[in-house]
Design a protein around this ligand. Structure first.
Ligand SMILES: Nc1ncnc2c1ncn2[C@@H]1O[C@H](COP(=O)(O)OP(=O)(O)OP(=O)(O)O)[C@@H](O)[C@H]1O
Ligand SMILES: [Mg+2]
Length: 223
């Protein structure tokens, strides 16, 4: 599903080049549940940004859903991202001026492709599935962290993605809510057949995933 070959990411800082990712070679197969672990600053989020088509590599090749990323223009990249990839972040990244229902609907508005589902009907299904239907008209700042993250997951799912990228999704949650989010992600992987890649500092979570990729100083040291 995703192949990275000899991928580098370099940042220029005050004329000096900083290499955030070095010679990354990685294959993620459809249906996998993979954890990415490693110390702060080792390049986990940078790698997620490249896989999520939010950024492009300085060198090397990425192919995703059988498409060579370097051959796509900005429009094609955002279309692919919008249709196939759902993002979940540590800070939830919900829009405070929009209510829960509007937040979840947002990706369907950006989507230029014809939807094969009724967006509003799907929002209510997701709200029910995640036990937050009575919060549909609430605003994000009136919700608990666990509820906000469930809204963020519903938003990530609205366009029926094939891939979910979760960058420290439990980092702002207590252990009980963190465990609930992880079991939700596992269920999405098992039942809905969504490929999941999760960045986590939580050793317990990482121990429980089938595949663990360990990074250090911009390199993959174990996969
Ligand atoms: N836009 C940028 N410009 C310059 N340097 C950057 C940029 N983004 C990231 N970096 C650097 O690249 C390195 C990797 O950053 P990254 O955010 O991928 O780390 P991380 O493993 O996700 O860390 P954390 O666990 O703290 O989230 C860091 O040294 C960071 O300072
Ligand atoms: Mg990070």
């Amino acid at each position: 599903m995703i192949t990275l070959s000899n991928v580098y990411k370099e940042y220029k800082l005050d004329g000096e080049v900083f290499t955030a990712l070095k010679n990354i070679n990685l294959k993620i197969l459809e249906g996998e549940f993979t954890a990415i672990v490693g110390p702060s600053g080792c390049g986990k989020s940078t790698l997620m940004h490249l896989i999520g088509l939010l950024d492009i590599p300085s060198k090397g090749n990425i192919s995703i859903f059988d498409k060579d990323v370097s051959k796509l223009n900005d429009n094609q990249l955002s279309k692919l991202r919008n249709e196939f990839i759902g993002f979940i972040f540590q800070q939830f990244n919900l829009i405070n001026k929009l209510n829960v229902l509007e937040n979840i609907l947002l990706p369907t508005i950006y989507s230029r492709a014809k939807l094969d589902f009724d967006p509003l009907k799907r929002v209510w299904e997701l709200l029910k599935r995640f036990g937050i239907e009575e919060k549909a008209k609430s605003f994000p700042n009136k919700l608990s962290g666990g509820q906000q993250q469930r809204v963020a997951i519903a938003r990530a799912l609205i366009n029926k993605p094939k891939l979910i990228l979760a960058d420290e999704p439990t980092g702002n949650l207590d252990s009980k809510n963190g465990a609930m989010i992880i079991s939700l992600l596992k269920e999405l992987n098992r039942k809905d057949k969504i490929t999941v890649i999760i960045v986590t500092h939580d050793v317990h979570i990482a121990e429980n995933t089938r595949r663990k990729i360990r990074m250090l100083d911009g390199e993959i040291v174990k996969k």
